[in-house]
Design a protein around this ligand. Structure first.
Ligand code: SF4
Length: 250
């Protein structure tokens, strides 16, 4: 039975803004809802739907789910994606929110897209939900580039909710990249702890500055760039912020 997906927004063409594929032509499918509540979340309209949850976000704003969430089957999502003015080689980025809350929907959507000749997928997850069903349903890692973004203490989420080493180990076995949002240089010690515990290869570690304004992104990155270099990790900026600031749907 086909499931209904909870979708925040679908847009493109744009560029993938972050990580190993930054700069690549992309279309985005943003899944709504998330099990975490990061204070600096840059897509609060996909996550914060009541006053209590909104109190954890720096903007303290609750969004109306009737306005922000669209329910539709995977076929309809695929129809919208493939009606965008994009070549079939475009990277389809499945993001959120936390898309892994709707793992069956991800698998159905990729099948629908493949039926239409779109074969390049990327997934972004915070790594708090098991990867095994996805790996089984999609034959990871060949079929999809997965980036796991484990949340650090700077996100404001309690330790037990944001840090799940056994799940990160699953994603690591499937060859995922790991991307960490860093605010200050001392956050890198926490990253190092995760890298050691999970056994992540340094070439799969990406450090990304926090910031929803171009100036903040660049300023933060300059602040800890030498420390990232000395640890032998990758650095990514946020191209979408530098190009578009906080504009939605880009
Ligand atoms: S995990 Fe991602 S989508 Fe969820 S609250 Fe944090 S930044 Fe936002």
């Amino acid at each position: 039975l086909a499931s209904e997906l909870l979708i925040s927004e679908i847009f493109g063409p744009t560029w993938q803004g972050e990580g190993q594929q930054a700069g690549r032509l992309a279309a985005f499918v943003r899944f709504a809802t998330c099990n975490l509540a990061c204070s600096w979340c840059d897509t609060p309209y996909a996550v914060f739907f009541d006053e209590h949850k909104a109190s954890y976000h720096q903007d303290k704003k609750a969004y109306d789910p009737k306005v922000e969430i669209q329910r539709m089957p995977a076929t309809e999502v695929a129809e919208i994606v493939t009606s965008l003015p994009i070549p079939k080689s475009t990277l389809i980025v499945i993001s959120g929110g936390e898309p892994m809350l709707q793992v069956e929907g991800i698998i159905e959507l990729c099948a629908e897209l493949a039926d239409r000749g779109y074969y390049y997928y990327a997934l972004e997850t915070a790594g708090t939900r098991s990867a095994s069903r996805l790996a089984q349903g999609l034959n990871l890692p060949q079929s999809m580039h997965v980036t796991v973004s484990p949340k650090l203490a700077n996100s404001g989420n309690p330790y037990n909710r944001r840090r799940m080493p056994h799940i990160l180990e699953e994603y690591n076995r499937f060859g995922s990249d790991f991307k960490f949002v860093v605010k200050v240089a001392s956050d890198l010690n926490e990253v190092d702890d995760i890298v050691q515990t999970v056994g992540i290869n340094p070439n799969q570690v990406w450090i990304m500055p926090e910031g929803t304004k171009a100036g903040d992104v660049v300023w933060n990155a300059r602040h800890f760039r030498d420390e990232v270099l000395s640890r032998g990790w990758n650095l990514t900026l946020r191209q979408q912020v530098i190009m578009f600031d906080e504009k939605r749907g880009v």
